[in-house]
Every structure is written in structure tokens, then in C-alpha cells.
Design a protein around this ligand. Structure first.
Ligand code: R5P
Length: 291
């Protein structure tokens, strides 16, 4: 096996390689003067099980294109099998056609990766409705929650876990079970034009004096968690910790969370970000792709 990091691997090929005791290498990449991507693969792929590690954070389209170039090259260099580890997989949130004429981008991206020669795929905590049936091959979903539970457990006195929307209830329950506490969720709606987040129904549960752990898959603008934080603090919570997997942190997200009273943010290294406590998800990915 050879584990090859792409330009957006965020160093994960090294921790995966270490955990599996397999060799890792990195592609050489640059841009042509007109902005097109250039990729040069390392040697030694012939007859090997090749694992390509490439996250698809911003600029998403470029990082997806690089992954497709890597996969196609690995096929040309006669890899025995090609696994793509895509720690943060972009485009998964458009998981259906909401309006006539829309492209279902999650399905499209899965098909492109497949068509480039990838026969197995590993993704860390994807958006829950992602249509993985569009990918013809093995799909491994990496669960970060046990790692997150271990990291936050020492910081909490009277914890309660909160999902900031209905879609996150499963995650909140799993984390609460590991922390040995209760969980609740918020009913959130997001305006599809302004992206504004609103809380729809009154929050259930007692938050007075509690350490609230708000758990989500992604922090993008931070608005979802900020709203949830303000809500629990207004109900007497002692402190609020945000636990997410993919810290996309678009435009001022950190300040928005701070301003809403979030005292600490935990994320993983699926996306490069330095303004939070970052957990290395490499060991969990290694366990998921181990044959
Ligand atoms: C939504 O379905 C996701 O689980 C997240 O709650 C959402 O992407 C977070 O976005 P933002 O940080 O922009 O509110």
C-alpha cells in the first residue's frame, strides 16, 4: 500500500501512514499560468493499493479537479486499486433537487470520482443525506465522535449535549451516550435566499448551570451554533463549547461564535484551521480503510 497526499491533504497522509505502518508520499502540484492545475505523482504505484488523500475544502472546485487528476494518473500508472480518502467532502449538502432544473451536485461529484478510477471511498462525517448510492464501490464513513468525546470529557462538570438542528440529533445522542449525559436539540430553519438562521420551536430541557456541548458536522458561517449558544445562555447555561468536525469557518465565523458566548471550539484536521483545538482524525481514517 502507498498513501499519497494531494495538495489539500492537510498532512493527513502522514498520520494515516503512521497508524497503518505504510509508506506515505506527497504529489507535486502547481498552477499553470492560466490557472489550470498541474499534478505530478510520486513513483512506485504499479501493482500497489494506492490511497489518495485529498480534502475538498475551499477552493472546492480546484481541489476536486486535483483529486480527479491524481486518480486518473494512478490508474494510468497501473495501481492495483485506488481508494480516495476525502476527509472533508464538499458539495454533499445539495443532496437533492430542491427546485426544478438544479444539478444534484453531491451525486455528480461522487460519479466523477468513480469515473476517474476510484473504487473505494472514505469520507469523515459526511452530510447525513448524501446520496452515496451514486458511488459504485465501497464507501467507508469515518465517525469522529469517540475522538471528540475523549477530548472534551475532561473539560465538563455538568454536561448536556445539544444538536443545533434536527438533522444533528443522531450525533448529539452518540456524544451524550459517550459522555454519560442527556441531550436535546433545536428546531432550526434557514432561509434559502438570505441564509439567515431562525429557531422555530421552544427549546426543550434544563440548561441552568450546565456545560453545554453544541455538536455539529460543519461550522461554515457559524450562525447555526451562534444562535444555539445565545439560546442556551439565555436559559442559564454556565458555559458553551462548540464541537464540530469540519471547520470551514467562512467569513468571520470565529468572531460570530465568540460574540455569541462560545468559550471553546473543537474541530478536526479535515480542513486546515488554526483558531481552534484541532484533533487529528488520521487514526480513525486508518482504521476505516484498513483491509
Ligand atoms: C446543516 O445541515 C449543517 O449540519 C450545519 O449545521 C451547517 O452547515 C452550519 O452552517 P453555518 O455555520 O453556516 O450555520
Amino acid at each position: 500500500m502507498i498513501i499519497i497526499g494531494g495538495p489539500a491533504s492537510n498532512g493527513l497522509e502522514e498520520s494515516i501512514g503512521k497508524a497503518l505502518r505504510e509508506k506515505s508520499a506527497k504529489v507535486a502540484a502547481k498552477l499553470f499560468p492560466d490557472g489550470e492545475s498541474y499534478i505530478k505523482m510520486p513513483g512506485g504505484m504499479e501493482g500497489e493499493d494506492v490511497v489518495l488523500v485529498q480534502s475538498t475544502y475551499s477552493p472546492q472546485d480546484k481541489h476536486i479537479m486535483e483529486l480527479l487528476l491524481m486518480a486518473d494518473a494512478a490508474r494510468e500508472f497501473k495501481a492495483r486499486s485506488i481508494t480516495a480518502v476525502v476527509p472533508y467532502m464538499a458539495y454533499l449538502r445539495q443532496d437533492r433537487r430542491f427546485m426544478e432544473g438544479e444539478a444534484v451536485s453531491s451525486q455528480a461529484v461522487l460519479r466523477f470520482i468513480n469515473a476517474a478510477g476510484v473504487s473505494s471511498l472514505a469520507v469523515v462525517q459526511p452530510h447525513k443525506d448524501a446520496p452515496f448510492s451514486a458511488f459504485n464501490g465501497k464507501v467507508s464513513l469515518v465517525d469522529p465522535i469517540p475522538l471528540q468525546a475523549k477530548a472534551v470529557s475532561k473539560l465538563l462538570t455538568e454536561p448536556i449535549v445539544l444538536a443545533p438542528d434536527k438533522g444533528g440529533v443522531g450525533r448529539a445522542k452518540e456524544l451524550a451516550d459517550l459522555l454519560g449525559c442527556k441531550f436535546s436539540h433545536i428546531d432550526k430553519v434557514r432561509d434559502s435566499v438570505t441564509w439567515e438562521v431562525k429557531i422555530e420551536a421552544p427549546l426543550v430541557g434544563s440548561f441552568k448551570g450546565k456545560d453545554v456541548v453544541i455538536v455539529d458536522d460543519i461550522i461554515s458561517t457559524g450562525e447555526t451554533i451562534a444562535q444555539a449558544s445565545r439560546e442556551v445562555l439565555s436559559k442559564g447555561a454556565e458555559k458553551v463549547i462548540a464541537v464540530a468536525t469540519h471547520l470551514v469557518m467562512a467569513g468571520g465565523a470565529k468572531d460570530r461564535l465568540k460574540g455569541a458566548g462560545v468559550s471553546e471550539i473543537f474541530g478536526t484536521n479535515t480542513v486546515p484551521y488554526e483558531g481552534a483545538k484541532i484533533l487529528d482524525i488520521g487514526g480513525q481514517i486508518a482504521a476505516a480503510i484498513k483491509v
